[in-house]
Design a protein around this ligand. Structure first.
Ligand code: SF4
Ligand code: SF4
Length: 151
């Protein structure tokens, strides 16, 4: 939901607590940079971007496959295609991300994840974003994707 000119939207928001006195840049309101573009709205596979500047998180695959605690059904699994963790289609089509570094993550196969136990998962992914979703959630997502393909 935030684009930094020159960087796009691929960054993490963090907070630093400090007692240091830092200069605070004077900035006016940020203008809409999207103009008439609506590539993200058109590309979203679930219609979660219902209108400009409006995200219905309950339809968003990133929310459903990471934060949502329930099990996903085969209908959602079918929409997820071959992606069992997150989505980011809206980020990939955004012209502001054209220059973003493309990094192909090295991920294990879905079979390997299904065979993992909590100890092995923690050792391998304990310090990655995967661990935020948790092993059981990832396994449930993989089952939803597979049942979506089979349906
Ligand atoms: S992450 Fe995927 S499902 Fe969520 S708003 Fe973006 S394109 Fe839509
Ligand atoms: S794809 Fe990027 S530039 Fe286009 S409407 Fe969406 S956020 Fe704005």
């Amino acid at each position: 939901m935030l684009i930094i000119p020159g960087y796009g939207s691929y960054f993490f928001l963090v907070e630093i607590l400090t007692t240091a006195l830092l200069p605070f840049p004077e900035k006016g309101p940020i203008e809409n940079q999207c103009s008439s573009c609506k590539k993200c709205l058109d590309a979203c596979p679930t219609g979660a971007l219902e209108k400009g500047f409006s995200l219905n998180a309950s339809k968003c695959l990133s929310y459903l496959s990471i934060e949502y605690h329930g099990r996903l059904d085969s209908r959602t699994g079918r929409i997820m295609g071959n992606c069992f963790f997150g989505c980011d289609v809206c980020q990939e089509v955004c012209p502001y991300n054209e220059k973003a570094l493309s990094k192909e993550p090295l991920l294990p196969s879905t079979d390997e994840i299904l065979e993992m136990d909590e100890k092995g998962f923690k050792e391998e992914f304990g310090e990655t974003a995967f661990s935020h979703a948790g092993l059981e959630k990832l396994k449930g997502n993989i089952h939803a994707v597979r049942s979506g393909i089979a349906a």
